[in-house]
Design a protein around this ligand. Structure first.
Ligand code: PLP
Length: 383
């Protein structure tokens, strides 16, 4: 038997409590019991998104939430800015263009964060931009964009929305919707929510709802105005993914027990230990600044092929990590540390990588990666 370890940035491992909650007998979605469940989940999603406005639950993966963020607030011919610093930034541009939105794409070198000054310049040049789309954490590169700074640029423009793909940043890094002025914040269940894929979440500010009134893009299943009405009454417009919502109730319980400051501290510490452990082994970080606390992306040590790292992890050790995507395919590998992740997941990852690197012929002081990660974790105190 080889124990399986999931170290990819989604789906992420599930805690037994959440798994168990999902095995309860199914409820009908138009019952008092389910209405009470939906209402309690909505309240706690607002807590997690740090907003007093609405956070809606959609039956979809994260991309459906992204599509809803375009189709519900914009109209054909509108202009929008997309921060394209990786696969998911490009996805914003692709969705916008698919619906006839004129997308101004900021090409950010993979591994870098967008410079807010570039966004400021484009907003000055194009006074009619209706939305700025970006990622909180660009999972394909392991970069966290400076959301707070960008939101500050957008906040005082009544005709522009700040839209954030928080698929791997909600529940990982601070991103208080109301305080920072984020108008639309999207996330997905298979990341920090510690759930299977299948739910998307979308926080919507009062400003964004006023855009929704004027939006003429086509929408049917992901009609957020309709969902707002029904979810306000503890139901959803169509059949709810009942078992996923039962699991969500439990994962939110776990997050509330830990508390937001501790959640953010844990992710930051795991990320730091991963980075330092990998660098000690001769890897090079892709994100030189602004690293994400959800996932660490690195170039392997020289002489080692990234594809061999992930395939050896998989074949020899039954560990799923992630390779590079798009233009980074074959060049980097990624180790995730979000959701149901603790210090020994980092130790396992670094220890396994030491074994893999040895097998692939890379020379290093045996144990140096693990010792480095230990040092960071010990200095970080109790988690
Ligand atoms: C930052 C980011 N955005 C969007 C997505 C797309 O989500 P999904 O694959 O759930 O549709 C992902 C998935 O990994 C992601 O990491």
């Amino acid at each position: 038997m080889k124990k399986y370890y999931l170290l990819a940035p989604g789906p992420t491992p599930m805690p037994p409590r959440v798994l168990q909650a999902m095995t309860r007998p199914i409820l009908h979605h138009r019952t008092k019991e389910f209405v009470a469940l939906m209402k309690s989940v909505s309240t706690d999603l607002r807590w997690l998104f740090e907003t007093t406005s609405d956070v809606l639950v959609l039956n979809s993966t994260g991309t459906g939430g992204m599509e809803a963020a375009v189709t519900n607030f914009l109209s054909r011919g509108d202009k929008a800015i997309a921060v394209c610093g990786g696969k998911f930034g490009k996805r914003w541009a692709q969705i916008g263009k698919a619906y006839g939105v004129e997308m101004i794409e900021i090409e950010v070198p993979y591994g870098s964060a967008v410079d807010p000054a570039t966004v400021a310049r484009l907003l000055d040049e194009h006074k009619d931009v209706r939305a700025v789309f970006t990622q909180g954490s660009e999972t394909s590169t392991g970069v966290a964009h400076p959301i707070r700074e960008i939101a500050a640029l957008v906040r005082h423009r009544p005709d522009t929305l700040m839209v954030v793909d928080g698929v791997t940043s909600v529940g990982v890094m601070p991103q208080p919707m109301d305080e920072w002025g984020i108008d639309v914040l999207v996330s997905g269940s298979q990341k920090a929510f510690m759930l299977p894929p299948g739910l998307a979440f979308i926080g919507v500010s009062a400003k964004a709802w006023s855009f929704a009134e004027r939006s003429t893009l086509p929408k049917y299943y992901f009609n957020l105005t309709k969902e707002r009405k029904t979810q306000g009454n503890g139901e959803s417009a169509y059949t709810s993914a009942v078992s996923l919502v039962m699991g969500l109730r439990e994962s939110l319980n776990m997050m509330k027990e830990e508390g937001l400051p501790a959640i953010f501290r844990r992710h930051a510490l795991l990320a730091q230990a991963t980075r330092e452990g990998l660098v000690a082994l001769g890897c090079e970080l892709l994100a030189k600044t602004h690293p994400s606390a959800a996932v660490t992306a690195v170039y392997p040590p020289s002489g080692v092929a990234a594809g061999d790292v992930t395939s050896t992890l998989n074949k020899t050790y039954n560990i799923t990590a992630a390779g590079g995507q798009d233009e980074l395919k074959g060049k980097i590998f990624r180790i995730a540390h979000l959701g149901y992740a603790g210090r020994f997941d980092v130790v396992t990852a670094i220890s396994a990588l030491e074994m893999v690197f040895k097998e692939l012929g890379h020379q290093f002081d045996s144990g140096i990666g693990v010792a480095t990660a230990h040092r960071v974790l010990e200095a970080g105190g109790d988690l």
